[in-house]
Design a protein around this ligand. Sequence first.
Ligand SMILES: [Fe+2]
Length: 230
Amino acid sequence: MEEKRVNPPAGSSARMAGVATRAGHPGAGGDLPSREAAWQLVCEWVQSDSLRKHLLAVEAAMRRMAERAGGDPDRWGLAGLVHDLDWERYPTREDHPYRGVEALRQAGFPEDIVHAVLAHADYTGTARESDMDRALYAVDELTGLITAAALVRPDHSLRTLEVKSVVKKMKEKRFAAGVDRQTIEVGAQELGLTVPELTAEALAAMQGIADQLGLAGEPGQPAEKTVTSS
Ligand SMILES: [Fe+2]
C-alpha cells in the first residue's frame, strides 16, 4: 500500500481539461471526458508507478468486461482508470474514494462513473446497481492477484501465466495476502460468472497491455510491488 502523502489536490488545473462531447449515451450518465484528460488527471494525482499500473490494469479489464456485457468500453475503461485516483494522497476510509470523487465531479466525469467509483469500496455503503459498478468491484482486487501471480513466475510475464495458476494462487491464503479473495468471489457471482471465467477475462485484458504493465517478460524487468486497494 502507498503510505506516501504528496502535495494537496491541485484541483482546478485539470478541471475540464480536454473534456470532449460525444454522442450521448441515454441513461448512461452523460458525456465523457477524453481518455487523455483522464490520464492527465491520474498523472497529476498519482506518482507511484505501481499504482498507475494498477489503474491501467483495471482500465483494461473494464474495457474487456464492457465488450463482454455490451457496455461502452470507453466509459467502463475510464471508471477503471480513475477509481483509485485519490489512493496515494488519501489512503484512508475517511477520504478514499470521496476525495477522488470530488475531483472527478470537478473534472466533468458523469455520475455513473462517480457512482461506480464510490461503489467499488464496500464501506461507502453505495450499492452496486449497474453492470459497470459490478464489474469494477469484481476486477479491482483480481487484477492485483493476477499481477502478483505474474511476478512470482521466473519470467515475470503475464503472457505465460495461465488462468488455472491464478485460481490456484487464489486458494493459497498466504499468497498475496492483501488481496481480498471474498471480493473476487462475490464480484464474479454478481456478474453471473465463475471465478475462472472472470479471471480469464481479466488476464486476457492484462496480457493485452503486458508491456505497459512491465509484465511482458523482458529480461531484466524489475519486480514491482503489487498495489491493491479497497
Ligand atoms: Fe483499485
